[in-house]
Design a protein around this ligand. Sequence first.
Ligand SMILES: [Zn+2]
Length: 343
Amino acid sequence: MKTHSPGLVSRRQALRILGLAGGASLAAPAFLRAADAVGASAKPAAPSLAGEQAGYYRFKIGAFEAAALFDGGFTPPPDQSPFGVDEKAGSVAASLDAALLPTDRVQLPFNVLLVRAGSELVLIDAGAGGAMGPAGGKMSAALATLGVKPEQITGVILTHAHGDHCGGLVDAEKRAVFPNARLFVGRKEHDFWMASSPDLSGMAVPPEAREGFVLTAQTAIGAYKGRVHQVGGGDRILDGFELLETPGHTPGHLAVVIASGADQLLHFADVVHHHAISFAHPGWRFAYDADPALAVDTRRKVLDRAAADRLRLFGTHMPFPSLGRARKAGDAYEFVPEPFMIG
Ligand SMILES: [Zn+2]
């Protein structure tokens, strides 16, 4: 047998990986025997790679600088996940399996978008903060790594007032995290949550859990009293951001189109929740949708337009860094992730 540079796999080993060499088996890959490995040594273990992920990904939207910020996420078992309410048991796991994903947990990340547009430094949503326990709240570390201080944020556009989007607006003492930011909230969203008793009967969650949704929303929005700007569909704000009414998930849910020169990006927030399940089954009911039928209608409209126009997309719960495009696939859709861009 020939000698090799350390780390390289021999042709024979490669053939075994592919199952083409005589006697090789994928179930028992002989090439993995440590004693035979090229470059194997008896030295102490190398430093661990464990720890936090980097947490941000920088990109451009025309002349605007942007960054996806990783805030965390939760991973419920498929049959306890918010997906596929009303579908038969095992449907969510089957959808994950069809997408070649692990079937024991649904991965539901929280991603926040930061945009620098001229003099404005704008967050679209604020992550979960402490609202989801240890599952969320990592966005502040990602911001710090980027060198951005909370007081430099000039605006926060809140797509809707669920805890994984608005929890990060306040700290543990319920004070505003961003002291100089204006908070832009959909007029309908504001009226809905700030009412004395919002109607959450359309959500497939126990009544006692609904109180938490209301308290979180009222606390987050209330902390910005005096600098809350109520906005609506078609409004253009902060020179480069246009708002789209996308109701259903919540009554005043907003999507945001960010445009600079010929480039644009559509942040669809929670119109779609999972890159495989929701794209393959856009008609499935999602437990946290306030008006499930309207949410499905909005999802299809947004994805139809995104697919037809090849829109560049950002979605809160898409796989980090949350960028991609939508493609029609029969009566459903596919999410096509954007590759890591150089420069
Ligand atoms: Zn969400």
